[in-house]
Design a protein around this ligand. Structure first.
Ligand SMILES: [Zn+2]
Length: 439
């Protein structure tokens, strides 16, 4: 499989609109069928030599038998994409090759990794290579809607007694413009992710005519609860992976910032304050966040609400727990009449160790991207790999593609595109990672 064939495969896969949806009736299953057929055509050796188990509706779990099954690894990606939004310069499902980039929904999230992994495996199979360890490929079909494919893949691995040495999924990248004043791209490897939890606040009242309102009706009570949450952030601190991220970036930072960054471990309180002051994004690196998202009251202007509701989307920081956060919400609102209904709850992931598996990922980054600074970080978003933390302590979130700030912002937005050279470097990265697995 030469470079042109790998690029053509990515274009073909991007052209198939595999948009997932929480409602199974709204999913275009024909598109998913077509994607699986396209993959079988583009990667014939992979489909011939690897053992395939289907999971969920369209999830794929491949096993590539290695010389040993002692330290199996799992490489992950997902087949589905989010719906198209905004005005695109090039068609979202066009897979067009323009200005040295492949354009379309999923090029970065996450079909670039999907095709990158498959192209690397196909090339190694062509060369007659046998990996030192079993390599599993786990491709889910409903990552974007928190579906069950990854959970079922974990169940299948558990049933077969597979305990991965490490798991690699999407998340980090070779990120340029990652930090103001740092010119070197940072190869950020997610070693943990925040937990996503949502609650609904609800106040019931008598309702009635708007001409005779009582004080502190349901809507006023909800408003007070919201304001209290907004004014009472949880305790902030900088977790260990973030300290290490700053330490490593520090050597490449402007002189004025270097002491703070390189000594991040000893200057945690100052660093925490600086991050909170720097804006919502850096602040989110230091603590659990609360976003009031949905709101509802009365359906008519002249009717008092009998029920008022507010949805709160919570991203739980590594170190905090669902129970602790719910206790914080209850205490902060301090009002028995505000009911707190938990809609979904997920703990933050454990922190993956920076041991020899991390070192393998890191040194493969250095080999392929000599200008980049590999570093751990805590992800703000959730990935399918969180389900694998139950069977594997080493879960790393990294896609081996160079991405600018604008590209990272295009994920789940518009004008998503991946450079052809960046994609091909990524294919080589996956290949080297597999080649370098230790005996
Ligand atoms: Zn994704």
């Amino acid at each position: 499989m030469n470079d042109d064939a790998a690029v053509a495969a990515l274009q073909a896969v991007v052209r198939i609109p595999t948009v997932s949806d929480r409602d199974p009736d709204k999913v275009d299953t024909a598109a998913f069928d077509e994607l699986l057929a396209e993959m079988a055509r583009r990667f014939p050796l992979l489909h011939e030599k690897l053992e395939l188990t289907r999971v969920d509706t369209h999830g794929l779990l491949f096993r590539w038998a290695g010389q040993s099954s002692r330290k199996p690894v799992v490489l992950m990606a997902h087949l589905d994409v989010v719906p198209v939004e905004g005005e695109w310069q090039h068609p979202a499902f066009g897979g067009d090759l323009v200005d040295g980039s492949i354009w379309g929904r999923g090029t970065l999230d996450d079909k670039g990794s999907l095709v990158g992994i498959c192209a690397a495996v196909e090339r190694l199979l062509e060369a007659g290579f046998v990996p030192a360890q079993d390599v599993w490929l786990s491709f889910g079909c409903n990552e974007e809607v928190s579906g069950t494919a990854a959970v079922l893949a974990v169940e299948e691995l558990t049933r077969r007694g597979v305990q991965p040495w490490f798991v690699l999924d999407e998340g980090g990248a070779i990120a340029s413009e990652a930090f103001p004043g740092v010119a070197a791209p940072i190869g950020v490897i997610g070693v943990a992710e925040k937990g996503v939890t949502s609650v609904e606040l609800r106040v019931e009242g008598r309702g009635g005519h708007a001409s005779t309102p009582a004080r502190m009706g349901p809507t006023a009570r909800i408003a007070r609860a919201i304001t209290r949450i907004d004014r009472s952030p949880m305790v902030a601190s900088v977790p260990e992976p973030t300290v290490e991220l700053f330490r490593r970036m520090g050597r490449h930072a402007p002189l004025a910032l270097r002491p703070l960054m390189i000594n991040a471990g000893r200057m945690k309180p100052l660093l925490t304050k600086a991050l909170i002051a720097a804006g919502p994004e850096p602040a989110a690196m230091t603590r659990t966040t609360f976003a009031i998202t949905t709101l509802s009251g009365s359906p008519a202007l002249n009717v008092i609400a009998a029920t008022a509701k507010a949805g709160v989307n919570i991203r739980i920081m590594v170190g905090d727990t669902v129970a602790g956060v719910l206790e914080h919400v209850r205490k902060t609102i301090n009002d028995d009449q505000v009911h707190i209904d938990v809609v979904e709850q997920n703990e933050p992931s454990p922190i993956s160790p920076m041991d020899e598996a991390f070192a393998l990922v890191e040194s493969t980054i250095t080999e392929l991207f000599p200008d980049a600074v590999p570093a751990p970080y805590v992800m703000m978003a959730a990935t399918d790999s969180r389900f694998f933390t139950t069977i594997c302590p080493r879960v790393y979130r990294f896609a081996p593609f160079r991405m600018t700030k604008a590209q990272r912002e295009s994920i789940h937005s518009y004008d998503e595109h991946l450079g052809v050279d960046a994609f091909l470097d990524g294919v080589r990265w996956y290949r080297r990672l597999i080649e370098r697995l230790p005996a």
